[in-house]
Design a protein around this ligand. Structure first.
Ligand SMILES: Nc1ncnc2c1ncn2[C@@H]1O[C@H](COP(=O)(O)OP(=O)(O)OP(=O)(O)O)[C@@H](O)[C@H]1O
Length: 337
């Protein structure tokens, strides 16, 4: 649905704003720096499939927000290709781009960005108002979205009368009111406390499934990335270090930077049976779980008395198994990965 190829973003002096396709990324970075420029994004290749949640991660200043914004040209890339639903996004004229963004894309921000003098319903219907949707229709759509994010009864409240979590629910309802196909979320929960954060992560997953959205989600929290993301793209100083599932990043980190990011990962909640199970159908088993069952679920089943657990694929056919004694090995390699 959305992809970029050899994408660069350079800040600084005008004479630094060029890339030589004949040079390697490293040579281009040196050349830009010699000309007084700053490389915010270097040679990024990335794609997001329809219905997928891609997470962009990295340390502060690694280029996460810049990349998110470059993907929709909210920040203009310096070089590279950008495609959205088959269109060459860099070739779309500004006016059409604005229309495309309004009807197909939407963004949720860290600071909620609500208008303080507008009520909840007034905030949620704003994008529809900008689109020129008639008053009765936009009110109905806004009320539907408010119901969907669990804020019915708060329609006429003002933002300052709501908790942080409720304010972000308004931000989410507003971002979904135009039914965008691409949903961009820039550290949407970093201002919320941990318990509310987990609740909101589940909410994002629920809404994304119910409304079948494609999403790009920025965070610096690996556990949040693992919870909401199908894949994680890890940036360091504007360069893509590794892209993969949370389990792939934990079990096969490309380098020590990736390893450091996964150090705090809640492994028993992220790693699943199919990362460790023995392949094949067991002769006999006590319990069957899905192959995507987390190690925590597997441990609970063994604790419940099972000696052999079978793991089924999406059709329920057993495709692997684990004996009680295998769990210790799995946990040891999970903890030391
Ligand atoms: N308009 C700008 N002019 C010059 N440099 C910029 C500009 N915008 C961003 N940068 C630089 O680009 C780099 C990447 O910034 P960006 O905001 O994308 O990082 P980030 O990974 O999202 O950081 P954080 O987690 O702190 O939000 C930073 O070094 C930043 O200072």
């Amino acid at each position: 649905m959305l992809s970029c190829k050899n994408l660069w973003k350079i800040y600084g002096t005008a004479k630094a704003h060029s890339i030589d396709p004949e040079l390697s990324p490293g040579e281009n970075i040196s050349s830009v720096e010699q000309r007084g420029g700053f490389v915010a994004l270097a040679d990024i290749d990335l794609s997001v499939a329809k219905g997928e949640i891609l997470v962009i991660m990295g340390l502060s200043g690694s280029g996460k927000s810049t990349l998110l914004r470059c993907l929709t040209r909210l920040v203009e890339p310096t070089a590279g290709e950008l495609r959205f639903e088959g269109q060459d996004l860099r070739a779309v004229p500004d006016k059409s781009l604005q229309l495309l963004r309004r009807s197909h894309m939407s963004m949720v921000f860290q600071n909620f960005a609500l208008l303080p003098h507008r009520t909840v319903v007034g905030n949620v219907e704003l994008p529809l108002e900008i689109q020129g949707v008639r008053a009765t229709e936009r009110r109905q759509k806004a009320l539907d979205m408010i119901g969907l994010v669990g804020l019915s009864g708060k329609e006429d409240h003002y933002p300052h009368e709501l908790s942080g979590g409720q304010q972000q629910r308004v931000g989410i309802a507003r971002s979904l009111s135009t039914n965008p196909s691409l949903w961009l979320l820039d550290e949407p929960f970093s201002a919320l406390d941990p318990l509310i954060r987990e609740e909101m992560q589940d909410e994002i997953l629920r809404l994304q499934k119910t409304l079948s959205k494609t999403a790009v989600f920025v965070t610096h929290d690996f556990n949040e990335a693992a919870r909401v993301g199908d894949r994680i793209a890890l940036l360091r100083k504007g360069q893509l270090v590794q892209t993969g599932s949370a389990a792939e990043l934990i079990l096969n980190p490309a380098d020590s930077y990736v390893r450091a990011f996964t150090a705090s990962a809640e492994r028993s909640r992220i790693l699943t049976a199919d990362n460790f199970m023995q392949r094949g159908e067991p002769d006999a088993f006590d319990v069957q779980l899905a192959a995507e069952a987390t190690l925590r679920k597997v441990a609970e089943a063994f604790q419940g008395g099972a000696s052999v657990i079978a793991f089924g694929n999406s059709t329920g056919k057993p495709v692997g198994f684990m004996r009680r004694q295998d769990l210790g090995d799995a946990l040891t390699s999970a903890m030391t990965a």
